[in-house]
Ligand binder design. Structure first.
Ligand code: 5GP
Length: 114
């Protein structure tokens, strides 16, 4: 059996985290190294490595991640001004190989992103 991912260990309470939301399918935690006043990671409990490894049967779960990201941003007071980031691959900055959506808010953001 392969090693648990960071987020699986958090789900299993093997690593502590500031959990802002959890249900049967999703966990959302505050990033340990926040890049904005609000920086939450919304993760499927299913350890999908990255967007490009998701399968058609994951479509509803991928949709749930976006819906939860919006609900969390709204609950945090940034419902009309937040940014979502999903890194796909080490070359673009992915460091945790368990799919997650960064939900960022509370500062200005530039475009194009860096
Ligand atoms: P990535 O670079 O893969 O898109 O994002 C991984 C994120 O996980 C980073 O923003 C990093 O700060 C965060 N992170 C890494 N280790 C931990 C941890 O142990 N706990 C929490 N809450 N976040 C972590």
């Amino acid at each position: 059996m392969s090693e648990k991912t960071l987020f699986e260990k958090i789900v299993d309470r093997e690593i502590p985290a500031d959990i802002v939301y959890e249900d049967d399918d999703v966990i959302a935690i505050r990033d340990i190294n926040p890049q904005a006043p609000m920086h939450v990671l919304v993760c499927p409990k299913k350890p999908i490595t990255m967007v490009s490894s998701a399968q058609p049967e994951d479509a509803a779960l991928l949709g749930t991640l976006l819906l939860k990201a919006g609900e969390i941003a709204t609950a945090e007071g940034y419902g009309d001004r937040f940014r979502l980031v999903v890194n796909n691959g080490a070359a673009v900055g992915q460091t945790v190989f368990h799919l997650h959506v960064h939900v960022l808010g509370g500062r200005s953001f530039t475009w194009p992103p860096g």
